[in-house]
Every structure is written in structure tokens, then in C-alpha cells.
Design a protein around this ligand. Sequence first.
Ligand code: ADP
Ligand code: MG
Length: 210
Amino acid sequence: MASDSLNVAETVDMFRFVSKFMIDQKDILTKADQKIGDGDHGIGIARGFEAIIDLLETTQFDELGVLLKKIGFGLMNSMGGASGAIFGTLFLGGAKAINNQDCLDSENLGLMLQGGLDAVKNRGKANPGDKTMVDALEPAALAADSQISLTDNLAAVTEASRLGMEKTKEMVANFGRAKSLGEKAVGHADPGSISMHLLLKSMTEYVQKR
Ligand code: ADP
Ligand code: MG
């Protein structure tokens, strides 16, 4: 469905919307990280996406690979913490998978998610079940279907990420500060999996409203 896709300028506009949306989630993410971490995840995410708003205002992009790469480095350099490396790597892996493309369509969405997932797993060594953002990202990447429209595909991967995020509530953590809590982390969702889900949810909202 060629019409159901975003060109580079529209993709930039989508990430502007995504950035504002993520900044608005600061309190929710802070509360989530206060329960099983050190409470800084909301601050990190907000700082990271403030940097992305600046980036999108000051840089011209003519293809998606460079756009995603600069978002990845922008997050990595501004967020700090474990999640700065992880969410930065998500975008860098996505960038490699859709290098030199000028259209975000259904197929490129799937490639981007798979490339991001591979890079995050390679860097962070977490697998599904470890109570990290991988628990939201992997089901999303697996749910991607290039045969349906970008809008429907985004809705499907977002729902898969939501279910994956919900499942982290039942898990004990094998990474990060939540690991030391053992069974006490059960009942609380992993903060990074909430961010991962909200990132996809905001992309879906953008294409649905367009
Ligand atoms: P920090 O742990 O340094 O305080 P944040 O609170 O910003 O960083 O982010 C924590 C989130 O990072 C976790 O909820 C988890 O989803 C994600 N995370 C941490 N380590 C890993 C890893 N090795 N692989 C994937 N995600 C990870
Ligand atoms: Mg934290």
C-alpha cells in the first residue's frame, strides 16, 4: 500500500510527535522506576527526547537511515544510564536495517523493529523473560506483518508490545537494579518495557490521526 506510508519529512514530524508524547510520560515512568529501580527512568527518557526535539529542529534529513542513526546517538548521548545505551542501540540497529530508504512503509517498519531487536539483544544480552524492554520489543518485532498497511501494522505491533509489557509484571528481573529485589519486583511492570510500548503507541497515534 504505497499511499499508506510516511516520507522522510512526515517521519521527522512523527518523531517530533513521539518525542513530545514521551516527555509527557515522565511522571508515569518515574513512578514505575521508583517501584523496582532507582526512579530515574522518566527523567532519562524526558531528557533524551528533549534532545531529539532539538535535533529535529536543527538538522535536515533526506533519508531514514541517517535520521534513525542521529536519533540513536542523540538518545545515547543525552539519556545516560542503562536505558540510554539500550534505547540508543534500538535506533542504531533500526538505522542499519533501513539504511538509504526514503519511505517508512509497512515492510520497513518490520525491518526497523527486527534490526533494533537484534542490536539491543546483542548489546544488552537480555532475552524475553528477563523483565526488560526486550519483553515488549521482541513480541512487537515478531508481530510485524508487511502484508498489511502501515497503520494496521503499527496497531498490531503496539498491541503485541502492550501484552509483552503486561507480562513483565509476573517476572523477576535478571538485569539492572530490579534484579536485587528478587520476588519483590513481581507485580510491577518493567519501566523500560513501558517506554518501549509507549514509543510504539505514539507512532500509531500519529499515523492514525494523520
Ligand atoms: P538505570 O537502570 O541505569 O537506572 P533506567 O532506569 O533509565 O536506567 O532504565 C532501566 C530500564 O532499562 C529497565 O527497565 C530495562 O527495561 C532497561 N534495561 C536495563 N538493562 C537492560 C539490558 N541489558 N537489556 C535490555 N534492556 C535493559
Ligand atoms: Mg533507573
